[in-house]
Design a protein around this ligand. Structure first.
Ligand code: IPD
Ligand code: CA
Length: 256
C-alpha cells in the first residue's frame, strides 16, 4: 500500500472516531462534569477530556494495534508500524468548560513526525473537517480551500494564547505589532478549529507562539491540503499563500 492509500484509510478511521466521540462528549457535557487545573491555574482538564482520550485510544488500539499514540492527557506509547496517532481529546477545553462554541476533538496521524491524515469534529456546528495527504481536505464531505486573500491589511487573522503568564506577556506584545497591520484578530479558543478555519476560508491566517503537537497535527494536514502554507514550530504560521510571507515578516519584526 502506498502512502496516499494508507493516509486515506487513516483518515476514515480518524473521521469515524472523532465524530462519534465528539457527539457523545457533547451529550455528556449537559449531564455535568468535574474538572481540575494542571500546568497553571488557568489550564483546565475536565473528566470528559480524560474520558474522551481513553475512548479514542481504546478504539485506535483495537483497530490499529501496531501504531504509536500521543495524547494531551498523558498517552504516550511507541508503535512498530511507523504510524503515530496524535490526539487532542478536547481542543478548546476552556470553551468546553464555559459552554462556549469552538471546542473540538482532534485526531491526526503522522509518519516520522509529518502529519499525513486527520479529522477534527466540531460538535456544536456538526462539522467534520478531514484530509489525507494528496487527497484534499473536506468539511462534511465537501471540498474546502483557503480564502485566497492577497493583502495582509485586509486579512482576518486568528491566534491563541497559552496558559503560562510569561508566554502570555510575549503574546500580548506580539499583538501590538500585528493588530494595527491586519483587518482584525480573532481568538476563538481552539487551535485545531483555527487551522480548519484557515482551511475553509473563514479566516485568512493563523499564528500562535508555542502550540503543542496535539493542537496542530490534524489541523495542519487539513490546512495544507486546503492550500494553506503551513509552518508549525516555536511560532506557528498557517496562511492563505499570498499573505504567508508578509505575515511571517511582520512576526519577525515582532521578534520571531
Ligand atoms: C489550547 C487551545 C487554544 C490555544 C492553546 C491550546 P486546549 O488547547 O487550542 O486555542 O491557544 O495554545 O493549548 O488546552 O484547549 O486543548
Ligand atoms: Ca486539550
Amino acid at each position: 500500500m502506498n502512502t496516499k492509500q494508507l493516509a486515506s484509510e487513516l483518515r476514515s478511521i480518524a473521521e469515524e472516531i472523532a465524530q462519534s466521540v465528539g457527539q457523545e462528549m457533547h451529550e455528556r457535557r449537559s449531564q455535568g462534569f468535574s474538572w481540575e487545573t494542571k500546568s497553571t491555574a488557568t489550564d483546565v482538564v475536565t473528566e470528559i477530556d480524560t474520558w474522551s482520550e481513553e475512548v479514542i485510544v481504546g478504539k485506535l488500539t483495537s483497530m490499529r494495534p501496531s501504531d504509536g499514540l500521543l495524547g494531551e492527557e498523558g498517552t504516550n506509547t511507541e508503535g512498530t508500524s511507523g504510524v503515530r496517532w496524535v490526539i487532542d481529546p478536547i481542543d478548546g477545553t476552556t470553551n468546553f468548560l464555559y459552554g462556549l462554541p469552538g471546542y473540538s476533538v482532534s485526531i491526526g496521524a503522522e509518519i516520522e513526525g509529518s502529519p499525513i491524515a486527520g479529522a477534527v469534529f466540531d460538535p456544536i456546528r456538526s462539522e467534520l473537517f478531514s484530509a489525507s495527504v494528496g487527497s484534499g481536505a473536506t468539511r462534511n464531505d465537501t471540498p474546502i480551500e483557503v480564502s485566497g486573500k492577497s493583502e495582509l491589511s485586509s486579512a482576518l487573522v486568528a491566534t491563541g494564547f497559552g496558559y503560562d503568564p510569561e508566554r502570555r506577556k510575549q503574546q500580548a506584545e506580539t499583538l501590538r505589532t500585528v493588530l494595527p497591520a491586519v483587518r482584525d484578530i480573532r481568538r476563538f479558543g481552539g487551535a485545531a478549529l483555527d487551522l480548519c478555519s484557515v482551511a475553509c476560508g473563514r479566516v485568512d491566517a493563523y499564528f500562535e507562539l508555542g502550540i503543542q503537537p496535539w493542537d496542530a497535527c490534524a489541523g495542519s494536514i487539513i490546512a495544507s491540503e486546503a492550500g494553506a502554507l503551513v509552518s508549525i514550530g516555536h511560532m506557528s504560521i498557517v496562511a492563505s499563500p499570498a499573505i504567508a510571507d508578509p505575515l511571517t515578516a511582520l512576526l519577525e519584526a515582532a521578534g520571531y
